[in-house]
Design a protein around this ligand. Sequence first.
Ligand code: Z5A
Length: 221
Amino acid sequence: MRGRFITFEGGEGSGKSTQTAALAQQLRAHGIDVLLTREPGGSPGAEIIRHVILSGAARPFGTDVEAILFAAARDDHLRVTILPALAAGRWVICDRFFDSTRAYQGALGAVDPQLIRSLERVTVGDNIPDLTIMLDVPAETGMTRAAARRGAAHADRFEAEDLTFHRKLRETFLDIARQEPQRCVVIDGTQPPQQVEEAIWGAVRDRFALADAPIAQVAAS
Ligand code: Z5A
């Protein structure tokens, strides 16, 4: 049986890396084979493109070219990593996917929606996520968290954008969730990590009709 495909979206510092890892652990405790991956990246070819984009090297070519590069990375990631895992029955958790292109390059980068749709059609096609968790935090919170974590290191291509950019980004993700409520669940990411984890687990358990307790507890009861 094909595995399930779960994506996480949200602004920077919204807690995606923390929560994708927590969900993978929870699913594994339920006996589910999980592949944890991320975008841009997740395959050798896509990791090279990640470096080109996040270093800012592609910025002078404009947002259309950046959107095309994200799409090229996604195409490789899907073909090399995600689709084979799903076909083998594994569950795939991906930190960012096509909603990030819609938001960062589409809404914020002003890339023509028709180009965004065409890129989705040729890369993603019917491989739409079964569930998308939108981690929602105010832009200020996310930027403060990301800056604290970064320390003295340089901000990357998108971290360097200003507060207005990150506020608009948040609204764009919430708009996507409003437009596709059957796929997206918005989770309040301002709560302590353990509470965020429980809220996500509730959404995943309900969506896929999973038992509440891990396998070890079920077996012991
Ligand atoms: N991008 C794009 O433009 N178009 C695309 O199509 C795609 C991506 C796919 C990738 O950056 C960049 O590419 C991204 C969008 C763009 N740009 N930005 N900005 P990345 O992969 O390097 O990083 P990111 O995806 O933006 O995530 P992040 O900034 O690393 O943050 P996060 O994963 O959401 O959060 P975190 O690492 O789990 O947590 C951040 C800190 O907050 C950390 O110290 C945690 O311990 C702390 N934290 C986490 N949760 C909490 C709670 N609940 N309370 C308090 N503190 C917390």
